[in-house]
Write a protein that binds this ligand. Structure first.
Ligand code: SF4
Ligand code: SF4
Length: 198
């Protein structure tokens, strides 16, 4: 699907800019840290979840993950893909779907927001600010090179305006799976009727 290639192209751009910023500023996440994924208020869009949803559908795992979302307690909004580390140590958990994680997760660590005057302001993650305040302070000198939330949000909106409402990450995943699942079923039915007609 063309839109999936376009979304992945945006993810690649984000990763390249994050890597370049990391190199220039020296700012990086501590090895093995997964604190950001314990946040129970991560919001993203169905569009950003589509590559992952498509992958799960193709691997026949979509229903499994829909069931896991369904089975969560009403007040548990932590991402369904997060696996806590041993002894539930928040800082050592990990993402089970890292390669296809949405844009927001690629920008957790260090991205910039655009101020009203058009300049960029580094918005480093809370955990980094608490544990490595000096590194974050030094990195501010490079904030003009940081990947910009606003830029990538706008870029993604241009791909499909109707799938870019922000919502809790598990809800966005469910919507992406249901939408793509339906599209794939319809495409399959069209193929079948084309074959029968031939
Ligand atoms: S998709 Fe992965 S990186 Fe993003 S919140 Fe979920 S577990 Fe964390
Ligand atoms: S973004 Fe922050 S919380 Fe997430 S891995 Fe990096 S340092 Fe840890």
């Amino acid at each position: 699907m063309e839109i999936l290639d376009q979304i992945i192209a945006v993810f690649t751009q984000i990763d390249q800019q994050v890597a370049a910023f990391r190199l220039a500023s020296g700012l990086r996440c501590p090895s093995g840290c997964g604190c950001c994924c314990t946040n129970d208020n991560i919001h993203t869009t169905p569009l950003e979840m589509m590559p992952l949803a498509h992958d799960l559908l193709c691997r026949g795992e979509a229903q499994l993950w829909l069931d896991r979302i369904e089975a969560k307690k009403e007040d548990d909004h932590v991402c369904v893909f997060y696996v806590p580390g041993p002894l539930s140590d928040a800082s050592s958990g990990h993402c089970t779907q890292y390669a296809l994680r949405p844009a927001i997760c690629r920008l957790f660590g260090f991205a910039a927001v655009r101020r009203r005057d058009g300049s960029l302001e580094l918005a480093a993650c809370k955990h980094l600010k608490q544990t490595h305040p000096q590194d974050v302070l030094r990195a501010k000198a490079y904030q003009n090179q940081a990947p910009c939330f606003t830029h990538f949000g706008t870029l993604l909106k241009t791909l499909d305006l109707f799938a870019t409402d922000l919502m809790p990450i598990n809800v966005a995943l469910r919507k992406a799976i249901l939408r793509l699942g339906l599209q794939m079923q319809m495409a399959h039915s069209e193929d079948q009727s084309g074959t029968s007609a031939a």
